[in-house]
Design a protein around this ligand. Structure first.
Ligand code: MCN
Ligand code: CUM
Length: 795
């Protein structure tokens, strides 16, 4: 039967619009939906070998000895490599993206359950796995540090004895804001409310696990590495530094990625092992982790224990916010954040409110758990910041007996205050909060919902309404203060228009499902009038694309999106000069009408971009000083981050008999400035809201007291499905970014950031009759049950 070609460019927003922004089906979907995507595990090379990793069963143990002889003799085995063997080559340790070091394979000790201890390379995947069982490791088991609150106790076992001069499990201290000024404001406040809030350790859990295929060609001296990476260029430079190879001898290819969510930002030991294995065996080597390995060992998210304090006047003017954070970084500081931001962008914990003072003090510690921290659509820890502020604003509303919507409306930063510098030094570029909040309340029918709640309460039914309002900081970042391992966070972009008027745009960012092949074509189309279908987006291959730092922190639109618009304008400027020669008028006599230049006052005289492209490559002279061809390149350094905002309202019902929470309605109004593709934005928001239900109600990476990870399969680590979520109700407002060339702000993480506090606020609101002021995520039936009985569950 014939498969009908999907129609690729439909604009149900505006059928008249030939090119540019609007709803457009994704160019990548015909490939992905028909199983023609090419993921890392689809890469098959002649003679390819397979690598499997032996992982530690213990959270903390000294390695006494490793016997690999039986494994080496097993069928199909080509090599068995231990940490000791890597140490001889100086490769047992590697730098993390946070200026720490991490073991590639353990040499002295294992420091978390699931840590890499040895690897086997064999002819096939099964032989490699089977041989792992023949490796005999003798461990001397040590006491682990699992409870983060005990990590700094004087008698706590020392985890990082590899670091010179380290006497305890302290990782780093960080502070922001003004401690003294904040204390002074707290002292004069009518009302102070204090709440302890835990954001549990959660997992990004992408559908595709992490993996790599390494192919080192000893004759060319070139390494090709297909890998699941959100940041191919940054990874390449790090490999170059570690391996001492020049960048042009390393090609990192990120093929299709089956979800990243921050899980694919770090450099994992498995990638390095695959590279070493290919060099050692002279063959291509594939490493692909399984689900349990992914859940147990790759980058986790959150794990912040926060004490939040909020000071206000009796009539509800918020004066100051203060917080003290204990951060669990696991065994190695593998967080990925700009170097000067060890706590990511947690500094935006003052939220969307105009306050007098703020202060945060943070202590980060090592524990015997997997490394990570920045992942799961977090906007570099803004998830934690927004959760904290939106939870404590609700506790203030409770204390004051005020409606939480009214309290927020009363304290918003006002439109005329933008650009607004917060008390922790962030300059919010633009915002208009009240209309966004009012729209969410209108869609929800807020007043009626409160009436319904009152009636239900009178009948003993448990219904809750939760609000969260967030401001995010996305688009890292200005190179004056943001870099990762010394690499500035600017993004390159190249655009080439071919003679027939078709184009190729090359990006430094890498889609993991966000639809860049479509939206970046739309950005270029909007600027130069070539239909998106005629613009090919090339990305994810360091040999094919300009340098840039990759996709995370919703930075693709704020940084690379700006680069794409500006490179297209550069091409358009050149096209204008050529058009002036073609039409025999001056450049100033021409005006741009999407897709063509026309003579001012005489629109009948015009040339299309396609005609100009042919002319740029064709026979005959071009204007003086103009080279042939129609292409340009750019490296865009943003002047600031972009600050999207949103208002979320959640309605829950709780079964008083089982304490099961049902999210009945969820209203999300997002403002990400200029909207490139509303369909894709809605998809991003739907996904993020679903994540939020997972975190608020179901997800947590738990450990027992020996440090065994209790969520090593998707039977134990619960992620939400369509059954747990309602039909999302979305709306939007548009407040363009003043410094972004097209006014767009990032949106990829907004819903993950904004939804957990809305859901938790709704649950706590439903439990108001029980006098509950706070309960920690995940709000499973047992935790809700305990909260109803006045017992706090230990996190
Ligand atoms: N967009 C738009 N108009 C805007 C802003 C964005 O049309 N004003 C579109 C963009 O063109 C892009 C998408 O929305 O196609 C997301 O853009 P952006 O907000 O710039 O975020 P990034 O592309 O940088 O994506 C990163 C972000 C992060 S950090 C995580 S984590 C996350 C998220 O995206 N991981 C995802 N969403 C994901 N969605 C999928 N399907 N898979 C992941 O792994
Ligand atoms: Cu913080 S997860 Mo995203 O930035 O890749």
């Amino acid at each position: 039967t014939a498969v009908q070609e999907p129609k690729l460019t439909t604009f149900d927003d505006n059928d008249q619009k030939p090119v540019g922004y609007g709803r457009m089906l994704r160019k990548e979907d015909p490939r992905l939906l028909r199983g023609r995507g090419r993921f890392t595990d689809d890469v098959q090379l002649p003679g390819m070998l397979h690598l499997a990793i032996l992982r530690s069963p213990f959270a903390h143990a000294r390695i006494v000895g490793i016997d690999t002889s039986a494994a080496e003799a097993a069928p199909g085995v080509r090599a068995v490599v231990t940490g000791a063997a890597l140490a001889e080559q100086g490769l047992a340790w590697m730098p993390t993206l946070s200026n720490d070091v991490q073991a590639v394979l353990a040499t002295d000790k294992v420091r978390f359950q699931g840590q890499e201890v040895a690897f086997v390379v064999a002819d096939d995947r099964y032989q490699a796995r089977d041989a792992l069982e023949l490796i005999d490791v003798e461990y001397d088991v040590l006491d682990p540090v699992i409870d983060v609150r005990k990590a700094l106790a004087p008698d706590a076992p020392l985890i990082r004895d590899d670091l010179e001069g380290k006497a305890d499990n302290h990782c780093f201290d960080w502070e922001t804001g003004d401690e003294e000024a904040t204390a002074a404001v707290f002292a004069k406040a009518d009302v102070v409310v204090e709440t302890d809030v835990v954001y549990p350790r959660v997992h990004p859990a992408p559908m595709e696990t992490c993996g790599a295929v390494a192919d080192f060609d000893p004759i060319e001296g070139k390494l090709r590495l297909w890998s699941t990476t959100q940041a191919p260029h940054a990874h390449r430079t790090l490999y170059a530094i570690v391996a001492g190879l020049p960048e042009h001898k390393i090609q990192v290819i990120a093929p299709d990625i089956g979800g990243g969510f921050g899980n694919k930002v770090p450099i994992y030991p498995g990638y390095v092992c695959a590279i070493v294995a290919s060099i050692v065996t002279g063959k291509p080597v594939k490493w692909m982790e399984d689900r349990s390995e992914n859940l147990i060992s790759t980058g986790f998210a959150r794990d912040y224990i926060m004490r939040g304090e909020i000071a206000a006047t009796r009539d509800g003017k918020i004066l100051a916010i203060r917080t003290n954070v204990l951060a669990d970084h696991g065994a190695f500081n593998g967080t990925a954040a700009p170097v000067k931001y060890p706590a990511g962008f947690f500094g935006v914990f003052t939220g969307s409110y105009d306050i007098e003072a703020a202060y945060c003090k943070m202590t980060a510690v090592y524990t015997n758990k997997a490394p990570g921290g920045v992942a799961y659509a977090c906007s570099f820890r803004i998830t934690e910041a927004v959760y904290l502020v939106e939870r404590i604003v609700d506790t203030l509303a409770y204390e004051l007996g005020m409606d939480p919507a009214e309290l927020r409306l009363k304290n918003f930063i006002q439109p005329e205050q933008f650009p607004y510098e917060t008390k922790t030094g962030w300059v919010y570029d633009s915002g208009n909060y009240e209309p966004t909040m009012r729209l969410a309340m209108d869609i929800a029918g807020y007043a009626e919902l409160r009436k319904e709640q009152e009636e239900k309460r009178a009948r003993g039914e448990l219904m809750g309404i939760g609000i969260a309002f967030f401001t995010e900081a996305v688009g890292a970042g200005p190179r004056k203060n943001m870099d990762i391992l010394g690499l500035g966070m600017a993004d390159g972009c190249e655009l080439r228009v071919h003679p027939t008027g078709k184009a190729v745009v090359r990006l430094s960012v890498k889609t993991q499902g966000q639809g860049h092949e479509t939206t970046f074509a739309q950005i270029v189309a909007e600027e130069i009038g070539i239909p998106p279908a005629d613009i090919e987006v090339v990305h994810g291959d360091t040999d094919q694309t300009p340098f840039g730092l990759g996709t995370y922190g919703s930075r693709s639109t704020p940084v690379s999106g700006a680069a794409a618009a500006l490179v297209a304008r550069k091409v358009r400027d050149k096209a204008q000069i050529i058009a002036s020669a073609m039409l025999e008028v001056t450049v100033a006599d021409l005006e741009w009408e999407k897709g063509k230049f026309q003579v001012k006052g005489d629109p009948g005289k015009s040339v299309t971009i396609q005609q100009i492209a042919m002319r740029a490559h064709g026979a005959g002279d071009l204007p003086d000083g103009i080279e042939g061809g129609l292409e340009a390149q750019i490296c865009y350094n943003p002047s600031n981050l972009t600050y999207p905002h949103g208002a979320y309202i959640c309605v829950v019902d709780i079964d008083p008999g089982t304490a099961q929470v049902k999210v009945r309605r969820f209203i999300a109004v997002d403002d990400c400035g200029t909207r490139i593709n509303p369909m894709i934005i809605e998809g991003q928001v739907h996904g993020g809201l679903t994540d939020g239900v997972g975190m608020a109600l179901m997800e947590m990476i738990a450990f027992d007291e020996d440090g065994n990870c209790l969520g090593a399969s998707l039977m134990d680590y619960l992620i939400p499905t369509s059954l747990e979520v309602p039909d999302w109700e979305t709306g939007y407002t548009v407040t363009p970014s003043p410094h972004h060339p097209i006014g767009a702000k990032g949106v990829g993480e907004s819903a993950t950031v904004g939804s957990p506090p809305a859901i938790v606020n709704a649950v706590v609101d439903a439990l108001k009759p029980f006098g509950v002021r706070h309960a920690d995520m995940p709000l499973t039936p047992s935790r809700v049950w305990d909260a109803m009985r006045g017992q706090a569950t230990p996190p």
